[in-house]
Structure formats: structure tokens, C-alpha cells
Ligand binder design. Structure first.
Ligand code: FES
Length: 561
């Protein structure tokens, strides 16, 4: 099985385990209400995870996630890795050793000796009878949570929506364990008070069939057996790595970097692993998972002798429009000497993962929106410059929020106009729906702004919007610190022309039929027009929308896609 599929399977298993942990934390946090609420929540929790499907999913995920982690550890040629990855490995390897006490004391005890494990008994053990186990349990859940959060972050960070969702996800990631901990503390206090009642503890232990001495000894044997087996598996993996290393040392190759140095490495290493071995700075934003393309290298010598790229590598290279002599360093295992040039600076960050190639521009199908404030110049004439700046900033905040909220990229705030791009990564159909949603949100934002500034304005601010979709060349443009993502081409000219046409038609929005078709919106009820555009032989078929609010019934189903 290829590393790509191993990682996929491991991720799927990890998501099952994450679901389990999140529900477990939510159950703990019910302790903030009462111990009884915690027990009631536990009933539902067990109904899911102690059912047959739940058991298979949970223990299947534990086995798959664990075995594949050991397999990936064996597969890794070098243990040099970025700090975040080293932390995730370390936390992951600690988890089984930290959790074994808890698992044998709850689920295994329930299976083997019929001991019930309600919160009351478990909290009694962790809070009152053996607080040292409580401390270890706290450490265990912290490690589990950090391991899960790091994995989730490095999995999701290339998604377009992630930067917007990140503050919310971070809040959840912080709140959930804190609430769970507070729930546990609150339950601990309640149980400690109950434990002071004479006879309460023995009666609880008897009614829940807490393991007797002999049963506890049996559970201890299981726990130690597991720990020995786990330690043994780790030693076997490390020994296997050592044996492979000895074997490979006799068969080595040289990777020459055009800017120096030349690194000798055993056959079997990827080019990225060779870089790490030789301490050659090499970008690898996704940590060698074949997702980001930042490790790509030009093969200056030895291209023909390389094994061909896998389908997954080919897809990533195609996405960045790589030349035929470019390969992903993290996916390429040379078997002969090669000379390479890394193409992305080692300090690249995820937001710039497209790399310097993006500065050359790439052709994309996308939707382009232009918007302009109507009559603002006239209105600004009798205002102080400070007032004008204030109004413009409020206006830009309103339209900028609408654009990014719909999934677009703002650029070129010029004068009182704005240009925005939609669907750069997701294509023109999604982009057209997003642009229409943005237009709707922009007009709503202007309505709110007019209400706020009613006392300051002689007449309400009005906006004109033009949207067109089609091919354009997208790339980073600018100089020095002032780089921004923009698009050029006929689609951009047409969108700008449609925005100007809103004045002629006294309309809030003029969009091309192409946008309506791509967005899947039927605008046949709105006036149609064929608009002449300079340097175009064919006029552009457009729809005139006097008031964007009239689109709302049509957009609701389309924009929710
Ligand atoms: S490091 Fe991300 S694709 Fe190679």
C-alpha cells in the first residue's frame, strides 16, 4: 500500500477517534451541571460506543491508527523532521502508554469482570482514592487533544475556507478541554462530598461490582502485557529501521544541489529526506505528505532514471502547472545520482504555497466582480478630507466583509471602487454563485451603513456592481512589500464594463448571462440586453437587476450549494 493511501486510512481512523474524544469531552463537561447530568450523558455515549457498530468503529480505528503509525515510522527514512511533526509523533507514541490504565480500568474491566464504570466510581477513583492517577489522566487527555489538534491543523490548513474558520476552530479547541476539565473538577467535588458519608464508598464499590483483588491483579497483568507488547513493537520498528539502514549503506547515491552541497544518502530516501539528512534547507509546508507542492525541485540531471510520478504526485504537479522536469521532492525516490534545484524558498509559508511560479500568472476560469459607489465624488465635495476617509473606510469594510464572507478575494480598492475575484481554486460555477452571494451581501451592508450614517449623509449611498465569468490570468503582482493576487484579461475588462453599465441602466447590478448560467440561476424574468464592449466583436448578453434584493428568492437555493 502506498504512503498516500496509508495516510488516508490513518486520517479516516483518526477522525473516528477525534469524534470519540469530542463526545467524551462533551460528556465530561456535563459535570458542570451535575454528576447526574454526566451520568445521563454517559448513557447516550455508551449507547453509541458500546453498541456493536460503535465498538467495531472505535477499536477498528484504534488498531488501524496505531498500526499505521508504526508502519509510517518504519517507512520514514530519516527521523529529522520539523518541530510540529516531531511533537505530533511524540504525542502519538505516548498516548497508548498513558491511556492503558484508564482503558483497562473501564472498558476492559467491564468486558472481563462485569465491573460497571459510571462516572461516580471513576471520578471517586481519580479524584478521591488515587489522585495520582487523576494527574496522569489529565496529562493523557492533554496529549491526546494536542496530537489531534496538530493533526487536524496540518490536514486542513490548505483548504480555502480554513483561514476564515481558524479563529472559530481555535476557540472550540481551547474551550472543549477546558469545559471538560471544569466538569470533571465539579464532579470530583460532588463525589468527594458524597464520599464523606459513612458507608457510601463501600456501597458504591459493591453496587458497581468494582474489581476484587484477584480481578484487579488480572487487569494489571493485561495492562502490563499490553505495555510490554507495545514497547516490543516500538523496539522491533526501530531495529527494522537499523537493519534497513545497514543494508542500504552499502548502496548509496548522491544528490547534488545546484546551489550546493552534494549529499550522499542510502538508496530508498526521497529527495526531501536526503535534504533533511544533509541539513539542506528545503521547503515542505505539508511535512512531506504530497499535498502542498512546496518541496518541488527541477531535476537538472538524472530525470530519465527516476521512477515515474504516481497519480497523486502528477495531480499536485498539474495543479501548479509544473514543467515536465519538475518533481515533488517528498514523493521522488531516486535510485541513481541526481542534480536538483529546489524551486521554492525554504522560508515559504502556507499562504504563499503557490510559490514564485504564481508570479508568472496562471490561466484560470473564474468570476470577476467590480463595484463602485454612486455619486460619491459629488457628496465628497462638501466634506472635510477626514470625513471622506472615514466614509470610504466604512464602505470598504462593508464591501470587503461581504466579499470575503462569500469566499472571494478582494483586491484593487481604487478610489471608491473595488475589484474582487471568485472561484480561483473552485472554478467558475462556484465562483459565480459566490459572486452573486457577495453582491447580495454588499447591498445589504450598504443598507446597514446608510442607516448608521443617516444623520451624516444628504442622500443614501448607492452601489453599482458588474459581474462576469470566464478565463483570466491570475497571479501575484506588485513589487517589494506590495504584492497582491489579481487577474488580468478580457473577463476583467468585461466585468468593469458591466459595472459602468449600471449607471446607464440605473441598476444596482448588471451581470452577464454566462454568470447566471454558471450559477444555475434563472434570470429570464429580468430585462435582457446585449452590451457592446470595446475590443470585442460580439456584444455581451447581460441581465439588468434594478434591485439586488429581487434576487433573494432565486439565490437562496443556488448559493447554499
Ligand atoms: S512537502 Fe508538501 S508536497 Fe512535498
Amino acid at each position: 500500500m502506498r504512503a498516500f493511501h496509508v495516510r488516508r486510512l490513518r486520517l479516516a481512523a483518526g477522525l473516528v477517534l477525534l469524534t470519540y474524544v469530542v463526545l467524551h469531552f462533551l460528556n465530561h463537561s456535563l459535570g458542570l451541571i451535575s454528576l447526574a447530568a454526566m451520568e445521563a450523558g454517559r448513557w447516550w455515549f455508551l449507547a453509541l460506543w458500546r453498541s456493536w457498530p460503535g465498538t467495531v468503529a472505535l477499536y477498528g480505528a484504534i488498531i488501524v491508527h496505531g498500526i499505521l503509525a508504526l508502519w509510517l515510522l518504519y517507512q520514514r527514512r530519516s527521523l529529522r523532521m520539523p518541530m510540529w511533526e516531531a511533537l505530533q509523533y511524540t504525542f502519538g507514541l505516548l498516548i497508548p502508554a498513558l491511556l492503558v490504565v484508564h482503558v483497562t480500568g473501564t472498558r476492559i474491566a467491564w468486558w472481563l469482570v462485569g465491573a460497571d464504570d459510571p462516572y461516580t466510581r471513576i471520578v471517586l477513583g481519580l479524584w478521591v482514592l488515587s489522585p495520582q492517577f487523576g494527574g496522569r489522566q489529565l496529562l493523557a487527555i492533554t496529549v491526546v487533544w494536542l496530537h489531534a489538534c496538530i493533526g487536524l491543523h496540518y490536514w486542513l490548513r490548505f483548504r480555502r475556507w480554513y483561514p476564515r474558520a481558524q479563529p472559530w476552530l481555535f476557540t472550540v479547541a481551547l474551550l472543549l478541554p477546558v469545559l471538560a476539565l471544569l466538569g470533571f473538577v465539579s464532579a470530583g467535588r460532588e463525589v468527594a462530598a458524597l464520599a464523606r458519608t459513612p458507608g457510601w464508598v463501600p456501597s458504591l464499590l459493591a453496587s458497581t461490582h468494582a474489581p476484587e483483588k484477584a480481578e484487579a491483579a488480572r487487569l494489571l497483568v493485561i495492562r502490563e502485557g499490553f505495555l510490554t507488547a507495545y514497547l516490543g513493537a516500538l523496539i522491533v520498528v526501530m531495529l527494522a529501521r537499523g537493519v534497513r539502514r545497514l543494508y542500504q549503506r552499502r548502496r548509496s547515491l548522491r544528490v547534488a544541489y545546484t546551489a550546493g552541497p552534494i549529499v550522499t544518502a542510502p538508496i530508498g530516501f526521497t529527495i526531501l529526506e536526503v535534504s533533511r539528512l544533509g541539513r539542506v534547507p528545503h521547503a515542505s509546508v505539508c511535512g512531506g505528505r504530497g499535498r502542498c507542492s512546496t518541496c518541488r525541485v527541477r531535476i537538472v540531471r538524472g530525470l530519465d532514471a527516476l521512477p515515474p510520478p504516481t497519480e497523486a504526485e502528477r495531480r499536485v504537479l498539474a495543479r501548479v502547472g509544473a514543467a515536465p522536469d519538475v518533481r515533488l521532492a517528498c514523493q521522488t525516490h531516486p535510485s541513481h545520482d541526481v542534480t536538483v534545484t529546489p524551486l521554492v524558498p525554504p522560508s515559504i509559508d502556507p499562504g504563499s504555497a503557490l510559490g514564485p511560479d504564481a508570479r508568472q500568472g496562471r490561466e484560470r476560469e473564474l468570476a470577476v466582480l467590480f463595484a463602485d459607489l454612486r455619486g460619491f465624488t459629488r457628496m465628497a465635495e462638501d466634506k472635510l478630507p477626514y470625513d471622506v476617509v472615514f466614509f470610504l473606510n466604512r464602505y470598504f469594510a462593508a464591501v470587503g466583509t461581504a466579499i470575503t464572507g462569500a469566499g472571494g478575494v478582494t483586491n484593487q480598492f481604487t478610489g471608491d471602487g473595488v475589484m474582487a475575484l471568485f472561484g480561483i481554486d473552485d472554478g467558475p460555477a462556484v465562483g459565480s454563485r459566490q459572486a452573486l452571494a457577495a453582491a447580495q451581501a454588499m447591498v445589504e451592508g450598504m443598507t446597514r451603513l446608510n442607516a448608521e450614517l443617516a444623520g451624516e449623509l444628504k442622500a443614501p449611498l448607492r452601489i453599482g456592481i458588474g459581474i462576469h465569468a470566464g478565463p483570466g490570468v491570475v497571479g501575484w503582482m506588485g513589487w517589494g512589500e506590495s504584492f497582491y493576487l489579481t487577474a488580468v484579461g478580457d473577463t476583467v475588462h468585461v466585468a468593469a464594463r458591466l459595472e459602468q453599465a449600471t449607471k446607464d441602466f440605473s441598476a444596482e447590478l448588471v451581470l452577464s448571462d454566462n454568470v447566471a448560467r454558471l450559477a444555475g440561476v434563472d434570470l429570464s424574468a429580468f430585462p435582457a440586453h446585449r452590451l457592446e464592449v470595446r475590443n470585442r466583436t460580439e456584444p455581451v448578453a447581460v441581465r439588468i437587476i434594478a434591485r439586488v434584493a429581487e434576487l433573494r428568492p432565486l439565490l437562496a437555493p443556488a448559493t447554499s450549494a
